[in-house]
Design a protein around this ligand. Sequence first.
Ligand SMILES: Nc1ncnc2c1ncn2[C@@H]1O[C@H](COP(=O)(O)OP(=O)(O)OP(=O)(O)O)[C@@H](O)[C@H]1O
Length: 692
Amino acid sequence: MSAGDSAADEADRQRQLAEAHEQAAREARQLSMNYEAAAASEKATARTLAPLSAAGYCLLPDRGWPGSRSANVDMIVIGPGGVFIVDTKSWASPVIAGGRVFRGQADVTDEFDRLADLAWKTEAVLAEVGLAPGEVHPVVAFAGRRGVDETIGSVEIVGENDLVKHIARHGRRLSQTSIDRVLAKAIDYFPVVGAPTPVLALVPEPVVAERDEIAELPSPEDVQDAVLESLMAEPIEEWMAFLSPDQAKLVRRSFNGPSRIRGAAGTGKTVVGLHRAAYLARSNPHGKVLVTTFVNTLPQVLKNLFGRLAPELADRVEFASVHQLANRILRERGVKLRLDPTRTDLLFNQAWDEASRPLIAIEPDRTYWEEEIRHVIKGRGLTTLEQYRDCARTGRSRKLGPNQRADVWKLYLAYDRRLRESRLCDFEDQILSAELALRSTPLTGYLAVIVDEAQDLSCAMIRMLAAIAGDGPDALTLIGDGQQTIYPGGYTLTEAGVALGNRGVVMEINYRNTAEILDAARSIVEGSSFTDIEGTSTAATAPTTPRHGPTPELMSFGSLAAHDAAMVRHVREAVTVVGTDLGDLAVLCFTRRDVARSMRVFADAGIPTLELTKYDGRTSNALKIGTIKRSKGLEFKQVLAPWVDPALLRRRLGRSDESSAQSEREDRDRRELFVAITRARDEVWVGSVARK
Ligand SMILES: Nc1ncnc2c1ncn2[C@@H]1O[C@H](COP(=O)(O)OP(=O)(O)OP(=O)(O)O)[C@@H](O)[C@H]1O
């Protein structure tokens, strides 16, 4: 080593050290500038959002990003309008185009995807306390901006100065109890950001001067209006935003094929179905969700409920009954069918006159055979006697041998011939034609089909809907309860070509009825069995309910006049003494004739009425009157069931002729009365007139 070498080495070392310090300083300075901007924008966001606390909102500023050691979330806002995960971006002139976001030349859409992903994971965590999925909103606020209103995937993008309005306009969706539960869980999930890692530098910590505030805040009037709007908003029903944890998890559950949600009356199946429709529409940007059921008027009621549950998705979720859907399918394909129920009834009568003799010997009740043709034969779309001979006739108690089936087939042929000669179709033909039409030209555009009250649908209807849904994950959800089956001639889903595997879920808590109403309803169907579309002959599940109320009144009268007077008196007292709104009462009848009779009785008593055929779910101060079939899926505070067969109010006894049509009919009538009684939230009145 020559003289001076060691000094030169040291000089080199010190130079390298200096360069390293300079590099570190440059990086620290850059980082500091970033944090400074972030801190300023977080502070501004906190200040912008502060007025929301007057409307019951809680702000959780600067929380840790779950699962990340360094990232944080600017602000979590939790209150009556839901949960908002707010990320503020202080970007100069960001551009949103073609579903992507650009910052200068750089595509920064990934940052939005990360926020959407965080919201998705937050949904799952908050579902554990029952928050419905649609209530978690990822929001990006552009700092210092106003008038921005965009979405990228599920992320809502607004100007920072529109934030209060944006959040407040969600109204009052969560009650204080729900907010408290969600808040406790969120505080747990989003950790408090800890102190920064100590700086191991031999330089003194810089002294930071107070920052200038960001200018341009929303005007006080704007903020006041928004907060007021939030405070004054009509609260929505609790279940629209907050569910039981089991329900909330079920809404988000993914099934790798068709699935079935089963549960007794009032267990929240429809509620889950509506939330699931919203969830599926929200998670898939393309296609629509179809919610369908048998009763023609129920879809409109569900649509109105959905409009409040998820207004932003109103155009992504369609509501139609199966017949309305079949009608549309045929119309769009240029197929014209002539439907004339009065004339087709007449044609059936003529066919009955021609071919009834051997059938009367087996079972005299004409209706039984009409049901056999409409539900067992045409409900499946059987076209040959061989098919009919092989058919299991699930749910029909009377056994039929091959020759007897041949006699039924003759009746069917006689009816079918008359239909063709008259160029007429019945409603079963409408479904079968739509199913056929779908085979040549499928119906596209639906990402999922959700069927409510699936037990009411025929085999062909299920096939038609399965064809529309396809067999992708979550494409078909069948919701229903075998115990509420009131149409004969059941089938199994396997027969309809739907393989459920083990994708079945049972719901077990009743949210609608009081324990007293449930007991009364159960006593009506006790001892009678039913066959479910899953193919199992089951005893009913026995859901529990936490609510109590008056014991249902099961009244027997000596005369029609006494019955009708007591029925009117009960309605009057419900309104004047109990204080129930007239619009929250329903009179549910077995037959259309009884509906007409009720309308007359109440008209004579000067009580305003509304037929269920005209009810769309909107409140009106009129007594609802309709058939029990029409009341499927609905609920009322009080239900009256008049002119009930006294036999149904007695315990069902085991009969010697269990396989008779009469026994099958009685079981069905009992289930129908069960449906009527379980429509009531609080009180039930059942009237019967003793037979002399
Ligand atoms: N998590 C919940 N919290 C509060 N109320 C609920 C909840 N879930 C359901 N409900 C209420 O319970 C009632 C019954 O719900 P829903 O109509 O969905 O039951 P269902 O199983 O479809 O009944 P049915 O088969 O008898 O038609 C409704 O009033 C609904 O608002």
